[in-house]
Design a protein around this ligand. Structure first.
Ligand code: 13P
Ligand code: SF4
Length: 352
């Protein structure tokens, strides 16, 4: 639906009034009405890198989810304030790994005698606490666009990897890109004693996958792939690595949101694409490529409900508050957590 013209005008006016004092970042899963006002759009890696690009801006308005705003706070100076337009914009995957559960897991690995040779690799989609745990234990953060390089780095440091919190990105990267077998992977369930694993299983594993997943990407199935191939002969199936392993195996191409956008830019006119990622992005791609057939991989509608919480009314409220001298919804990470989380994030940013 078209945005309310009054709100569009208010957003424009408030942004103009703030000028260089505000820097607006927008993740690719954001609504069109929000993306329109973003100074920079990107996947989570690009946004982490770009967050520090405007040190002169007092306010960084992060149109994305909580863990992204935390990361931006960690990676920017203390003079800059990071604002999340709706504090309820969390991520169900990030919530699947708490600091207590991960500390308990590390105790389990220690008891099994493997903590010394295990390197934690945590997906960007995790809380600052989990990133700090990762940094403290010599690990790195990764995103969906550099997970392979992160795992290659990790296996140079140790024998095993503890991959948090997305089992699918971990498994897909290990098996597709690193040549590990499914038998080299074990699934650690934080709700079961010992993660639901025997000491022998832990000792034999090359990668210990945390039992977390994205509920949005978890909805795509092999049936969705077969169905679209039957409906659209010659279709290229392109999915995000947060999809289940069997979906990724059935697809033609796999990559982060930034990769998906570039693949469509490079595609031949007349080519056909079924995209398995969040719907705001797929709809925007379909609109941007009228010369190609671009469809959503599933028949059901699937937005990321927390990404969608940031809408034009929340953006207008945020910008107008700043104009009036109030700074709402500031995301801050405490100094101790920040120190270790930054070490893990810096390691990611330094990956070749
Ligand atoms: P990317 O932006 O790295 O593609 O990740 C997608 C995602 O789920 C972000 O929440
Ligand atoms: Fe989290 Fe999935 Fe939404 Fe990304 S798409 S923010 S992983 S729930």
């Amino acid at each position: 639906a078209a945005s309310d013209p009054d709100l569009v005008e208010r957003a424009r006016a408030a942004k103009a009034a703030l000028g260089d004092r505000v820097f607006i970042l927008g993740h690719h899963y954001q609504r069109d009405e929000v993306i329109e006002f973003a100074d920079v759009t990107g996947d989570s890696f690009k946004l982490a890198r770009d967050a520090a690009a405007r040190p002169e801006a007092e306010f960084i308005v992060f149109c994305g989810v909580h863990f992204m705003a935390e990361s931006a706070d960690i990676l920017t100076g203390s003079a800059q304030q990071v604002i999340l337009p709706d504090l309820a914009a969390g991520c169900s995957m990030a919530d699947m790994a708490t600091a207590e559960q991960v500390a308990e897991c590390w105790d389990v690995l220690t008891d099994a005698g493997i903590a010394d040779v295990t390197v934690p690799v945590s997906y960007m989609n995790s809380s600052a606490d989990i990133k700090a745990f990762t940094g403290k234990h010599g690990g790195t953060i990764c995103t969906s666009s550099n997970a392979q390089r992160a795992l290659e780095w990790a296996y140079e440091q140790g024998e095993k990897v503890l991959f948090l919190p997305d089992q699918h990105l971990g498994r897909n990267t290990a098996v597709r890109d690193m040549g590990l077998s499914l038998d080299d992977c074990v699934l650690y369930n934080p709700h079961k004693p010992n993660g639901g694993l025997t000491t022998e299983q832990l000792r034999n594993a090359k990668i210990i996958l945390w039992r977390g997943h994205c509920s949005v990407h978890g909805r795509f199935s092999v049936d969705s792939v077969n169905d679209v191939r039957a409906r659209i002969p010659g279709v290229n199936v392109l999915v995000h690595p947060e999809c289940k392993h069997e979906v990724v195996s059935a697809a033609d191409m796999v990559g982060s949101t930034e990769y998906i956008i570039k693949a469509l830019d490079a595609a031949e006119p007349g080519s056909k694409w079924a995209i398995g990622t969040e719907l705001n992005l797929v709809r925007r791609l379909a609109k941007a490529h009228p010369d190609k057939e671009v469809v959503f991989l599933d028949r059901a509608v699937c937005f990321c409900s927390t990404m969608n919480r940031i809408d034009l009314p929340h953006l207008v409220w945020t910008l107008e508050s700043l104009v009036e001298g109030r700074v709402p919804n500031v995301i801050t990470v405490d100094a101790e957590t920040e120190k270790y989380a930054k070490a893990a994030l810096d390691r990611m940013l330094a990956l070749p």
